[in-house]
Design a protein around this ligand. Sequence first.
Ligand code: ASP
Length: 343
Amino acid sequence: MIEETSILIIYTGGTIGMIADKDTGALVPFNFDNINKHIPELARFNFTLDFHCFEPIMDSSNMNLDVWIELGQIIKKHYEDYDGFVVLHGSDTMAYSASALSFILENLNKPVIFTGSQLPLGVLRTDGRENLITSIEIAAAKEDDTPIVPEVCVYFENKLMRGNRTSKYNAENFNAFVSGNLPLLADIGIYIKYNRNIILKPKFKKLKAHKNLDSGVAVLKLFPGINKEFMKSFLSIKGLKGVVMESFGSGNAPSEKWFIDIIREAISSGLIILNVTQCMSGAVEHGKYETSVLLEKSGVIGGGDITTEAALTKLMYLFGEGHDNETIIRLMKISLRGEMTVG
Ligand code: ASP
């Protein structure tokens, strides 16, 4: 039974929790027990803030499937004890992690807000302070005793985005993330303006935190000049079950016979190939150009406006659940957690 608002802040690693070492000047993680020293403003929240620190904390470039599963289990274990969750995470792979967690956590009814920063909290001009404080506020926000944003989100630089719609697109700007195919869930200025008709509705079912993800999936980015040997060896990697193929524009790929033959052969030997666009915004539309008609005929699935990050983690999740190819193909065409626009 929750008596007062309480938020669990889970620190996985990343720039946000760093401070310059007094002697060397290099960025090193600081002890989160001292968080109030770095952000004294936290004491002004009149509710409980608890911390869970990963051991060891990591640069998000080392993120992996086991950590995603562990994150899901931590949230499940503490689900009834907190009103919302804030996950502090390196920005580099945050879009993948937020996408993965959106699939791992089924029937989510509470906010899970991923945030981080481009400059460490220990640096005067840090963007981490505002990102953390606003994320906590969003994780705690309720209306009629119901969380306003019962979703896995990314909050960064005044933008609240559905996690599985984001990509990191800027390595330097505070404004580092884009949600190319879905408007913001909230715009943050003086007020936090929630975009209520887009935010997913609460589910009145028990939370499930799935424990199996399958690593037999990969991303294939097409490029002009891609050759037969590369395509052949990529698609015949041992253990490969699913491929997210990043194609050009609205889903176009070379129409040369050798290319289509290799794709067709791979699919007939059981591989699932999902076509997504390399663009930051817009969708794959099979049939718009002749160059995508051939893909469709070969059995490639059109991924619509799903991001690469969401497509990859959705395949990991669906293969992890042990579904057969027919079921996976059907589920890749529909939205499970608001990850794609359908219809
Ligand atoms: N390399 C860092 C990470 O992703 C960058 C960041 O935290 O933004 O862990």
